[in-house]
Design a protein around this ligand. Structure first.
Ligand code: IPD
Ligand code: CA
Length: 281
């Protein structure tokens, strides 16, 4: 399949970084059993991958701006176009020698995501999407799953990390969702969660506290595969709120309703409120 010029540029940058990441992943597997552990090494690998991607993209499209997980925002001559990059999404998996992580790159032009790629360096799984041209898995067209009821669905999610997010609120979300769906998965890479949803593997996805680089490419991918994406209030404020709910037209709406109920319940039972039977006075 012939890819567009911009997708070619993005894939080339990701493949170059992937070769490096794979070498570093081999080293992480060795360090896993060492006394020191692979912590610092992983931070270096992350930075190195980001640098490789940035250099490649800057060379191919000079002057574009950047938003990157490691280096933050870098303004180029062209502030209407930027690359949104996560060099290793699924860092905890990478750190633990679990081969489920990905490079995620999105192109944003005039505030709209126009192209996105997600590449798992270990498996070589490549997911691509371009605005108006569809989404592809290793060059095969992707389409979201067509299940109509949550009870038949596999839901992917992300659990808030230690010291991040509202764990109490999340427990209400997950306890409500798991009663409605066929199964729940937490694989540890939001980018791959969205790519899998676009590929029809997961039916729905929800998570809070995400950054633009975790999801920019994946949001486009889900949409181009015929799916719906919003924040948990049903608005298009995913970047500013960090909240994402995705699925096909039917189950996306059903999941939004469930999450709304869960949040209501959480507010009713939060310490110090009327519904908090267990709270101390
Ligand atoms: C994380 C992954 C994970 C999600 C976290 C993200 P990182 O990104 O996407 O699935 O649950 O919220 O921060 O830190 O591995 O690049
Ligand atoms: Ca990430």
């Amino acid at each position: 399949m012939a890819r567009s010029a911009i997708l070619n540029v993005m894939v080339r940058a990701a493949e170059k970084a992937a070769r490096r990441i794979n070498r570093d992943f081999g080293e992480v597997e060795n360090l896993q059993v060492s006394r020191k552990g692979p912590g610092d090494f992983v931070t270096i690998a992350d930075r190195r991958a980001e640098e490789t991607i940035r250099d490649e993209l800057e060379w191919a499209r000079p002057g574009w701006s950047f938003l990157m997980e490691e280096s933050g925002e870098i303004e180029g001559r062209d502030t209407t176009r930027r690359w949104i990059i996560d060099p290793i999404d699924g860092t905890t998996n990478f750190l633990h020698g679990i081969p489920h992580f990905a490079i995620s790159i999105a192109a944003e032009e005039q505030g709209r995501i126009t192209a996105g790629i997600i590449l798992n360096p270990v498996t070589g799984d490549l997911f691509t999407a371009e605005r108006g041209s569809g989404a592809f898995y290793n060059d095969r067209r992707m389409r979201v799953a067509q299940r109509k009821k949550l009870v038949d669905c596999v839901a992917a999610t992300g659990v808030p990390h230690l010291g991040r997010g509202d764990h109490g609120a999340y427990l209400h979300d997950i306890s409500r969702v798991m009663r409605e769906v066929a199964g729940v998965r937490r694989f540890g890479s939001a980018a791959l969660d969205l790519a899998y949803l676009a590929a029809g593997r997961f039916d729905v996805f929800f998570e809070d506290g995400l950054a633009p680089w975790d999801v920019a490419a994946g949001i486009l991918m889900v949409r181009e595969a015929g799916g719906f994406v919003s924040d948990r209030d049903g608005r298009q404020e995913m970047f500013s709120t960090g909240s994402i709910v995705a699925g096909n037209e039917d189950v996306h709406g059903q999941l939004l309703a469930i999450l709304k109920e869960a949040r209501k319940r959480h507010h009713l039972t939060a310490p110090g409120t009327a519904g908090d039977e267990g709270s101390q006075s």
